[in-house]
Design a protein around this ligand. Structure first.
Ligand SMILES: NC(=O)c1ccc[n+]([C@@H]2O[C@H](COP(=O)([O-])OP(=O)(O)OC[C@H]3O[C@@H](n4cnc5c(N)ncnc54)[C@H](OP(=O)(O)O)[C@@H]3O)[C@@H](O)[C@H]2O)c1
Length: 219
């Protein structure tokens, strides 16, 4: 598959790209084309050094990156997710699936709290209103640092939600292409808040119990 990672120059981008480029063509997206190309070269070199495999990673400005993609991952901070998706809305090709890993949350003195955009139950539903391609929400609970360390083979579950059966199947296949990750379907986009709010839960458990880079496994 051809995977575009909008904001792929960031933390989640690094982790996802290093794993996905072992089996897919990946395009790093950035607001700045040159930055995308530099990060693509850096990540390719790291993957080559760590695995001996020559990955297929390139870099483009975000609008170019999503062109021709089978899956586009919106890996930008929550506060910029809607404006980014609005600016790219006419660029997603027909047949593309947009994946939102975006976790809307705020840090308070009581810890992290779930905080979806005004008037919406979840970020994924707010994003879906802005685009003409199916949206699947996934990857929220994957810690970027553990993904980026290819020496680790973490065994995590990846809950995902979406309204389109075909789109959910495609993203499930993508998740399964990363060894030891198990996609678990949760329900329609209406249930996205359940999945998005797992991350503040995990971060609070981490902080209060001095544990790092926790994720999720249903047993
Ligand atoms: N980090 C994690 O462990 C993790 C895990 C699961 C889910 N998530 C979710 O994944 C998303 C990305 O997280 P992250 O930690 O990778 O974020 P990040 O490193 O802070 O930022 C990712 C990229 O977003 C782009 N960006 C920054 N400001 C922007 C703006 N104003 N408009 C458009 N793009 C902007 C930047 O790329 P350019 O400057 O190159 O454009 C940046 O490299 C978040 O929504 C987060 O909730 C993160």
């Amino acid at each position: 598959m051809k995977i575009a990672v909008v904001g792929g120059t960031g933390d989640l981008g690094e982790g996802l790209i290093k794993r996905l480029c072992l089996n897919h063509q990946v395009v790093v997206g950035s607001r700045i084309k040159e930055k995308a190309q530099n990060i693509a070269s850096e990540l390719s070199a790291k993957v080559r050094e760590e695995t001996g495999i020559e990955p297929n990673v390139s870099g483009e400005a975000n609008p170019e990156a999503v062109k021709g993609s089978d899956v586009a991952v919106l890996a930008v901070p929550s506060e910029y997710a809607l404006q980014t998706v609005i600016s790219l809305s006419s660029e997603f090709p027909a047949g593309c699936v947009l994946v939102s890993p975006v976790v809307p949350m705020v840090k308070t003195e009581d810890g992290f709290l779930y905080s979806p955009p005004d008037g919406h139950h979840s970020m994924a539903e707010a994003i879906a209103e802005q685009v003409n391609v199916p949206v699947v929400a996934a990857f929220h609970t994957l810690p970027a640092k553990k993904l980026a360390d290819l020496k680790l083979q973490p065994e995590f579950d990846v809950p995902l939600v979406g309204d389109s059966e075909e789109a959910v199947r495609r993203v499930s296949n993508l998740i399964e292409s990363i060894p030891r990750l198990r996609p678990l379907y949760v329900g329609s986009l209406r249930t996205a808040q359940l999945v998005e709010s797992l991350t503040p839960l995990i971060l609070n458990v981490s902080a209060k119990n001095k544990l790092r880079n926790l994720s999720l496994k249903f047993v």
